[in-house]
Design a protein around this ligand. Structure first.
Ligand SMILES: *Cc1c(COP(=O)(O)O)cnc(C)c1O
Length: 388
């Protein structure tokens, strides 16, 4: 909203904007919390003359509050909230036409790979995978028809780091938009638009919501024309979340900064354990100085996040056993919430990438380190590995 003083990143800090941007005290009651606006339709003074809302698929006050808040956190002029991360991605990719080409990082979220390879490709959108840590691999994958370069950083589940500014430069030189899935880092740790990205997408289901109780997605951009097209597509497709979903996500954002601080702290403690453990062959965490993307991560992120992956020296079966041997870490898909989760990507989240360029090692275990007591988490992982 134009009259919202709290959306300006020049004037207000991240935490202030997370709690205040887009969130007006209710004019009629003075309620300090954004109401859940359930109305599907809104009165008009005369035909076509209304207060900004007509029909709730097109626009909803609770959704507007979330959009203004998260757009501000990403340093974006425009934000759109969706019913899921995949709904956001699908809506964004519907700006493409048959014959257009996408370059996708070869370590992308399995669902993104599935959407592009199994849903878009059959209707004529081309794609290829590239190693986005290697500028030559990206340059070789670019075609005259390339309209989108799609990256995650850090990636899921290998925690690979992509140099945002360098990738943006190559994408732009080829006339493509640079899209960054910022789900893992969150705007608290990394703001891709300030590093040359044109579009940021989120699964707000993860850290933004933060409590494993709401599915949602988001797109942020400073491109006015694209934002207008996306709002048109969102309304045409109907890829929205409910007002209650929007409320929960907005509620989650208020504590994003303090949660991320603790996620990062706990992840570092787990990493310290893993690097010294004989049952572990590799620890994948951008905060490690020998991580190939450490320098880029240190440059473009303010801390290294709450996701940690590692490979179990004894192989696949041992990795599977670790995932059922923890007590505090629950065996489940998803990530980014207050409770710690453990999973086997090859069998669970990334099963659909088997046999593709995006296949992950079968001895890989992924941790979403939560915000429980640090020592309890360290002890839990230690006992699971000691018992192998
Ligand atoms: C979960 C996830 C998505 C998909 O989001 P949904 O909310 O599950 O639809 C996309 N990208 C990344 C990196 C994710 O972790």
């Amino acid at each position: 909203m134009a009259d919202d003083i709290f959306t300006d990143p020049q004037q207000w800090g991240f935490e202030t904007r997370a709690i205040r941007a887009g969130q007006h005290h209710d004019a009629s009651s003075g309620a300090v919390v954004t109401p859940i606006s359930l109305a599907t339709t809104f009165v008009q003074e005369e035909p076509g003359k209304h207060r900004g809302y007509e029909y709730s698929r097109t626009g909803n006050p609770t959704r507007s509050a979330l959009q203004d808040c998260l757009a501000s956190l990403e340093g974006a002029g425009h934000g759109l909230a969706f019913g899921s991360g995949m709904a956001a991605e699908d809506t964004l990719l519907r700006t493409l036409s048959p014959g257009d080409h996408i370059v996708l990082g070869n370590d992308a979220y399995g669902g993104t790979y599935r959407l592009i390879s199994a849903v878009l490709a059959p209707s004529g959108v081309d794609w290829s995978a590239a190693d986005l840590t290697d500028p030559d691999s990206l340059r070789a994958a670019m075609r005259p028809a390339t309209k989108v370069v799609w990256a995650e950083t850090p990636t899921n589940p290998l925690l690979t780091v992509i140099d945002l500014a360098a990738t943006a430069e190559i994408a732009h030189a080829g006339g493509a938009r640079f899209v960054v899935d910022n789900t893992f880092a969150t705007p608290y740790l990394q703001q891709p638009l300030s590093q040359g990205a044109d579009v940021v997408v989120h699964s707000t289901t993860k850290y933004c919501g933060g409590h494993s109780d709401v599915v949602g997605g988001f797109i942020a951009t400073n491109d006015d024309g694209l934002a207008e097209r996306l709002a048109y597509l969102q309304n045409a497709i109907g890829a929205i979340g409910s007002p209650f979903d929007n409320y929960l996500t907005l509620r989650g954002l208020k504590t994003l900064a303090v949660r991320m601080d603790r996620h990062c702290e706990n992840a570092q403690a787990i990493v310290d354990l893993l690097v010294d453990h004989p049952a572990v062959s590799h620890v994948l965490y951008p905060g490690l100085s020998d991580h190939p993307g450490h320098e880029a991560a240190a440059r473009q992120m303010s801390a290294f996040g709450g996701m940690v992956s590692f490979r179990v020296a004894a192989g696949r079966d041992a990795a599977m056993r670790v995932t059922t041997a923890t007590k505090v870490f629950s065996l489940a898909e998803s990530l980014g919430a207050v409770e710690s989760l453990i999973e086997h990507p090859g069998v669970m989240t990334h099963a659909s990438a088997a046999g593709s360029p995006l296949e992950v090692p079968d001895d890989l275990v992924r941790l979403s380190v939560g915000i429980e007591s640090t020592q309890d988490l360290v002890d839990d992982v230690a006992q699971a590995l000691d018992g192998l």
